[in-house]
Design a binder for this molecule. Sequence first.
Ligand code: ATP
Ligand code: MN
Length: 463
Amino acid sequence: MARTRIKDILSGGTTGARYKVCGWVRTRRDSKGGFSFIELNDGSCMENLQLIADAQTADYEGTVLRLQPGCSLEVEGLLQASPGKGQRVELKVEALRVFGWADPEHYPLQKKRHSFEFLRTIAHLRPRTNTFGAVARVRNAVSHAIHTFFQERGFLYVHTPIITGSDCEGAGDLFHITTFDLGAVPIEEGRVDFSEDFFGQPANLTVSGQLEAEIYALALGDVYTFGPTFRAENSNTSRHLAEFWMVEPEMAFCELEGDMDLAVEFLQYLFRHVLDHCRGDLEFFNRFIDQSVIGTLETLATQDFERLSYTEAIEILSKSGEEFEFPVAWGTDLQSEHERYLCEKTFKKPVILTDYPKTIKPFYMKLNPDGKTVRAMDVLVPKIGEIIGGSQREDDYDTLLQRIEESGLHVDDYWWYLDLRRFGSTPHAGFGLGLERLVQFITGMGNIRDVIPFPRTPGNLNF
Ligand code: ATP
Ligand code: MN
């Protein structure tokens, strides 16, 4: 008999029919009448399937009464309406086979609530908990929907490199990669001689696929990348990882307004998608993690975001009378406390800030006629702050050249990037969305380490 997933049984199983299910025991409860209730979970959904096994089940004493949380089972039985409350159906066990026992003396996930900090130390077992199972399913649904969104709109999925030769934008601190024996690095006149290294030059992990995505946008129109990104951020915040996943659309023949429109449409599509496809998991988050998540997603799926300039935001923050940890002044970067203030206190909705000072943004953003600000846009959301960073790109050759020079970068490294402005340059724009920040926002999970299966942060590379 083929195995059926518990999700399908709970949503559409026929009572009176026989099913085979496999999964892990969450709990066992014995009744005085000589039978036991077993809660089985197979990861397909939040809910467990209730099994009923009685003395007629082969080896009730030797097997059923020994079942403990964490044991893995295969069960065949008859689906019947459940007289108890809490579930519509239950499976009357006819045959039961244990694949693997789990010694209750040592299995860490006994039925009680564990802190997320503790669960990070057992990242090999935490996906078996309600919270981490739900996070994994939401993350999966969002990833799928990201592709669907772009594919439905004719965007081409481009694979940009993970190993790159230049730091390409100074977006973050780099992880260098090498095949050198680090105890015997060749030194030539006091400097590392990279000509002997694998690539014959310095190499590092990518901090963004944007510059390469621009190459493809300027040939194919609308493209996106979706892949891992690496930043050696030595900041232990609840919103930064050293390895995270970024989605980066890039559109030719598009300016900042079109870029903002796409960002809003994209986020609204993803919010709607999880509301429609992850209901059980969202209800769990809404109940146990953050009681505002479902309401917020429903509002945001249709409500437009507030749009204003960085300069206007600075004015609002300066006049707010609020005591910020970091002072507010035109020309300094906004901290997440400022971003959150705008979303949570001033506008009570997501905010898109545009036209930041050029000095706090990368060289490739299009310079405004004022010569001081660039066509940047950051999308800020309550509780998290920045979730998307994007811009219209500088498409004028001379201005770009000047910006590279004033940023202290090596012009030679960007010959190909400059070439795109020499041959058939067009207005173009794009943005980067951090997948983990989005999953954090959707689920209400407070720490970014808990929305990626295996978080990489300073001093932590377990699993
Ligand atoms: P922040 O100011 O929050 O560090 P950033 O300005 O460095 O962000 P961008 O370079 O614009 O961010 O990257 C685009 C998006 O990638 C961000 O909006 C965010 O969602 C995500 N992101 C950036 N750095 C990280 C990180 N270290 N961990 C997880 N997500 C990140
Ligand atoms: Mn950063």
